[in-house]
Structures are given as structure tokens and as C-alpha cells.
Design a protein around this ligand. Sequence first.
Ligand SMILES: Cc1ncc(COP(=O)(O)O)c(C=O)c1O
Length: 392
Amino acid sequence: MLFDLDQARRETPGCKHVTHLNNAGAALMPQPVLHTQISHLELEATIGGYEAAEREQDRIEAVYDSIAQLINCHRDEIAIVENATVGWDMAFYAIPLAEGDRILTAEAEYGANFVAYLQQAKRTGAVIDVIPSTPDGEICLESLKQMIDDRVKLISITHVPTNGGLVNPATEVGRIAREHGILYLLDACQTVGQMPINIAEIQCDMLSATGRKFLRGPRGSGFLYVRRDLIADLEPPMLDHYAAKWMAPDRYEMQSNARRFENWENNYAAKLGLGVAADYALSWGLDRTWQRCLALATQLRDGLAAIPGASLRDIGQQQCAITTFTLAGHDPFQVKQILNSQDINVSVSGPNSTLLDAQKRDLPPLIRASVHYYNSEEEIDRFLRAVGSLNT
Ligand SMILES: Cc1ncc(COP(=O)(O)O)c(C=O)c1O
């Protein structure tokens, strides 16, 4: 597949300054996303914030179309929020749970989500059951099938965890959830923008994602998808007079679409930037992006595997753009700092962000290097040389 790397890098101002391998943290924004936000901030400063939003009303509305196109759903099914966690929370806490109801989740579940399960379990008496993984590391579909009974009210999993390359079989899980009529919530925070995400294929009922990671959008932006015919049944945990209209002194009426999960005040520059990020991702093509991410991640993993003392920590049959590893005799935070001093950005993934998996595999803090399509092969080599030189 032809890939115009020069164009990708030309349109990414940060490429001139850093080797950015922290795309699972926040990717480098492309020029159109940056420009859109700056322009809107300038407009706000020039004519006023409310007036700028009014003037840009059509473009702001079009953001919903862009996101809907990105994940193949309807614009009415999208709520645009501050980050993935807010979107996820608005969906999760809206799900009615009672004593004895079961939530099925995965071993590589994200910390924020698991804390929310614990809180709801404490409040309602619902039970959290963890689906075992296969020896390779992904959710075991056979175990999931066997765990299902009348008490299972929700299957809620993370597609790609924050701590490594694992890709959970989201579509197969969706098939099982659909077969049994169980609600399915997918945390797609690390996958939207990295690979094709098609709601019609995955068949999840709710999905959350963030702007700043593989989608290359602004920080402080995210979205929630909720299936159309489910929206009316879900009352968000928090409402304001935008999510629900105040109709009479004793009555409110919630928005009929997913905007009931939003609230009134917005960072419109970020919202517009998010829409442009979705359009930009679509213009590159998610299949092409995914293939390139896979090729770069393979180069990176193969290179790390050849460095004495480096141990790859990724699990799963299908692995993605995120790689985690440790380097014998080296503190991961120091490695991050040393690399950073050479303008190479990586991050450290601590055990608490994916506690069940970390405990099971006895994981220390891991160095996380996450590629994106705009990274060059030379940058991966540069990173590998820098890591290799730490052990000589
Ligand atoms: C798997 C996963 N889910 C959810 C989140 C939370 O995203 P946000 O910080 O946008 O709320 C993250 C952030 O790192 C993540 O890796």
C-alpha cells in the first residue's frame, strides 16, 4: 500500500523537533487540527466566545457527522465530551444495576473503568466478574460464553489496554453479547484513529474514545457513542439544562439523542479540532494507517528483541502500535528521561493503570513506545540505537 510519509511528516509540525513514540499518550497534532483550534480561539478573542460559536454553528454541527463517519454510526448517537473517561462514565453510570447483577470485564481492563465498577458494586451490590484470558493474553471467548447467565447485565471491556500491544477480540465479544441480548460497552480509547472501527461490525451498544491519542486530535476532547434505540432507556448520572430541558417547575425532558450525555459549556476550539482530526484520519484511510502502524511496531519489536537485556512485555496474538518493555538494570523512569533528553518521547506505564494484568504477570512499571503512521523507519532505528546504547 502506497504511503506518502513525506506528506504525513510535512503536515505534522512536531516531526521537525521530536521522535514522538508516545502516541498512546497523546499523538502529535497535524497542521489542520492545530490551525482549526488557533483560528477559533482567535475568532473568540476577536468577536466574543458566544458570537464565535454562533458564527461557526454549521462547522460545529458537522463535527458529529465526522465522528459518525469515522466509526460508522449515526450523528444522533454521538456525544462529544471532554475526554474518554467522561464519555465512558456517562454511559456506565447510566446503566441500571441491582444487587447480584453481574458485570463481566477483562483482565487488561483500564484503571478508571475498574474503579467505577468497584464504586457501583459498593453502591448497588452488583458483582464484578473477570473473564479469564487465553494463554496468549486476550479475552478467552469460550470462558466468556460459559460465564453468561441471566444475571449478566453488562459486558464491558477495553479494546486495547494502556499497557501494551494486546488487541482484544472486540467483534467476537460483540457477537456473543448480541446473541444473549447483553449490553456491551467498549473502551476504544487506544484504538480509534489507530485501526478501522466499525460499529456495525463490532455491534457494541456504547463506545468511548478520546481525541488526543491515535486520532491526533486536541487534548481535552473525546466522545461517546450510544446505540440509537438504547438512548431513551439510559438516564445519564448527571444532567444539566442542556442535556435535559427544564419544562416546568417540577419537570425536565431529556434530549432524545446522545446529547443527553453532554453538558452546556464546551471548548469549541477543541470540538472543532476533534472534527478536523476525524476528517484527517479518514483522509489517510484507517486501513492504511493500521497497516503502517503494524509494520512500524514490528520493526520496533524486532529491534528491541535483539537488544541484550530488553524484554518485551506485549501479549496477545494480534498486537498493535503500542509496545511495552523493560530493560534489565535500568529504571524505566530514567530511561524515559534519557531518551527525552535526546528528543525521543516515550512514556512509562505503571501497574495501577491495569492492575489485574500487572498483578497476574508481576509487571513493574513498563517503558511504553507507541508508533503512529507519521513515524519514519529512521526514527525507529534512532530509538533502537538510543536504547541499545544504554546497555553498552
Ligand atoms: C485504555 C484507556 N482507556 C481510557 C483512557 C482514558 O482516556 P482519557 O484520559 O481521555 O479519559 C485511557 C487513557 O490513557 C486508556 O489508555
